[in-house]
Design a protein around this ligand. Structure first.
Ligand code: FAD
Length: 202
């Protein structure tokens, strides 16, 4: 007797679903790659794909990771999905700020000076760690932004970073080393320079 068409449809859907899930699991490294013939054999027998051997919590983790990790992160990093720590957020933010300091023009426009002051003020209100934001507000009050030139702004950043370092009992960074530690983005033909930075075309 011929098979119920609904059952047939369900089985086909299950096969496709298993195959997609297995490919995703292999792609993000949750399960090792297996030769396709081996994989096919398992799938043909039904219900024995590598994915189906994972525990349900692993399956949930896989689903979450697949949704939350950006494509560019998947192949190189084995970072599991989840919220970042205060330390990771801090390092990323300092990287942004010191790189901005390195690229800040020697002769900034009035608008650029205004923009960095606003950026710092906004950071002290919106930084997604309230104790850090509150502390940074005090730091800004006692140390108003100095952004009259690239050297002035990068040194000011180094100084305020050192105030945060001190409050966390971290070593003081030597500010005469700030240009050696941080630099402009490595962009072709200085395409990443901020407007107003002198460009030299040879
Ligand atoms: P980080 O301090 O993140 O520094 C990253 C790298 O910058 C270092 O490895 C070093 O190479 C370089 N560096 C260090 N000091 C300087 C400097 N002075 N000038 C130039 N380069 C330097 N965390 C809290 O727990 N409490 C807070 O109140 C708090 N407030 C913060 C306020 C702001 C605005 C920011 C951006 C971060 C804050 N953090 C806070 C996070 C904290 O500053 C660190 O980022 C985090 O603890 C990780 O520290 P780290 O040792 O990896 O190096």
């Amino acid at each position: 007797m011929s098979e119920n068409p609904l059952l047939l449809l369900f089985k086909t859907y299950e096969k496709v679903s298993n195959s997609v899930q297995t490919q995703l699991a292999q792609f993000i490294g949750l399960i090792p790659n297996v030769p396709s013939s081996h994989s096919n054999n398992n799938n043909n027998n039904g219900h024995h794909s590598s994915f189906s051997l994972l525990s349900s919590s692993s399956k949930n983790q896989l689903a979450t990771s697949t949704v939350l990790l950006q494509d560019s992160e998947l192949p190189n990093k084995e970072k599991s999905a989840g919220p970042v720590t205060k330390e990771e957020l801090g390092r990323a933010t300092w990287t942004f700020l010191h790189t901005l300091g390195a690229q800040y023009p020697d002769k900034p426009t009035r608008q650029q000076r205004k923009d960095v002051k606003e950026l710092m003020a906004i950071l002290s209100r919106m930084y997604p760690c309230s104790e850090c934001a509150d502390h940074f507000k005090e730091v800004l009050r006692a140390n108003p932004v100095q952004a009259g030139s690239q050297a002035e702004f990068s040194q000011w950043l180094c100084h305020v970073h050192n105030i945060v370092n001190r409050s966390l009992s971290k070593p003081k960074f030597p500010c005469d080393r700030v240009d050696a530690r941080w630099g402009k983005l490595d962009c072709e033909q200085r395409a990443c320079d901020l407007q107003g930075t002198d460009k030299f075309w040879f």
